[in-house]
Design a protein around this ligand. Structure first.
Ligand code: AMP
Length: 398
């Protein structure tokens, strides 16, 4: 059984074809600048090791882009299948499922209607995700499509965790509440750590630290709390997003600088976080290089980032009455040994003993970074959101 995973953004489209008999990726790639000038196509055949590297290709819209993907997958030189019939089903990443979905679901007309209904909560993402589904249904009408939500895994939160203390009608009428995001990653990583721990009753804190970053508290396989909110702006500080800040600070900056709603939204989502404090880049590697060269604003951004992750870990240990394991994932969590050390240094009070030497070794896969006698285990885990999407698609369509 082969599953095609699609992550359709407004001007990009990521894809991956996975063979579910061994969960190996056959081919993957990305269409960038879809619908704008100079679109580029990148593709890797992981069976033969061949690739198409950032080639210009006409992609005026998502339909043409997906058509190019399907043709390349069957292409003599680069292909991994001989016919699209070999694709059994398609799994789509969808950012927001609102309160409708606590699990992935096979697409039908009602699902599309519900996704459109919650689009107001994710105006940059859901419409582009829906477009990917519609195009796929057009191009391969006989195939089943499954949607896998970023929000679904977090739907187990209790009202005390997900409610905001706005007037109650803002929840009932406008659906204003915490939803949480990166759910597929939190699910994959927490399930893997639960297996490694070898016990059903487990209290796991997952730190997904990438350009976007979120933390979750997962008790016995269910999310108790997570750091992102109504939108992916809340929580820890991120590459370009503020993370938590007094909401009144946004109103104050708006008023003092004469900004429109759209401008303050852009300022908080695209110009803040590491970029906003450091001033030169949102990329963590640039930040670390500048810090080593003595840049004080880079050091401030680094300290703020690590401090905020650390206080979330403390809060989530409180939320679960303890913690068995902390897992680091995402681009920074998987590769950045210094932030892992800085964050864990302050957690000795939980009974955590960090293995700083092991942390510096660059070993791939899941690696334990705590000492054998540590009360709280620490792991580095390589997340795999595409595999979660493929597994759910397989489960719902096999
Ligand atoms: P993601 O959004 O998960 O792809 O993560 C992107 C972030 O991971 C960027 O800020 C990168 O700078 C960061 N990153 C990637 N490799 C490393 C590394 N070796 N050390 C620190 N940060 C890294």
């Amino acid at each position: 059984m082969k599953i095609l995973v699609i992550n359709s953004g407004s001007s990009s489209l990521k894809f991956e074809l996975i063979d579910m008999t061994n969960e190996k990726t056959l081919a993957k790639g990305i269409c960038e600048r879809v619908g704008i000038a100079n679109p580029i196509f990148t593709y890797k055949n992981l069976v033969k090791g061949t690739k198409i590297d950032k080639q210009e290709a006409p992609m005026e819209n998502h339909s043409i882009a997906i058509d190019l993907v399907l043709k390349t997958l069957q292409d003599k030189e680069h292909g991994v299948i001989t016919n699209v019939d070999e694709i059994d089903a398609i799994g789509h990443r969808v950012v927001h499922g609102g309160e409708y979905y606590d699990d992935s679901v096979v697409v039908d007309d009602e699902v599309i209607k519900n996704l459109e209904d919650v689009s107001a909560l994710a105006p940059l993402h859901n419409p582009a995700n829906i477009m990917g589904i519609k195009v796929m249904k057009e191009l391969l009408p006989d195939k089943k499509n499954v949607v896998v939500f970023d929000t679904a895994f977090h739907q187990s939160m209790l009202p005390e965790a997900y409610m905001y203390a706005f007037p109650y009608e803002d929840y009932t009428e406008l659906k204003v509440r915490k939803y949480g995001f990166h759910g597929t990653s939190h699910k994959y990583v927490s399930e893997l750590v639960r297996e490694v721990l070898g016990k059903e009753d487990s209290k796991i804190i997952v730190c997904h630290l990438g350009n976007g970053a979120s933390i979750s508290a997962v008790k016995n396989g269910k999310v108790v709390d997570t750091s992102m909110g109504l939108t992916p702006l809340a929580g820890v500080m991120m590459g370009t997003r503020t993370g938590d800040a007094d909401p009144a600070a946004a109103l104050y900056v708006m008023e003092k600088r004469g900004l429109s709603l759209k401008e303050i939204d852009t300022r908080m989502n695209k110009k803040s976080g590491i970029l906003g404090i450091f001033g030169e880049s949102s990329d963590f590697r640039d930040l670390e290089a500048a810090m080593e060269a003595g840049n004080e604003r880079a050091k401030l951004a680094y300290d703020m980032f690590c401090y905020r992750v650390k206080i979330y870990i403390g809060a989530y240990a409180a939320a679960m009455d303890g913690v068995d394991a902390i897992a680091f994932t995402g681009g920074i969590g998987e590769n950045g040994s210094d932030p892992r050390e800085t964050i864990c240094e302050g957690l000795g009070y939980l009974g955590l003993k960090f293995d700083a030497e092991k942390n510096k070794e660059r070993i791939s896969g899941t690696v334990e970074l705590s000492k054998p006698d540590s009360k709280v285990k620490v792991y580095k885990v390589e997340t795999n959101e595409e595999l979660v999407i493929a597994r759910d698609t397989y489960r719902l369509t096999k």
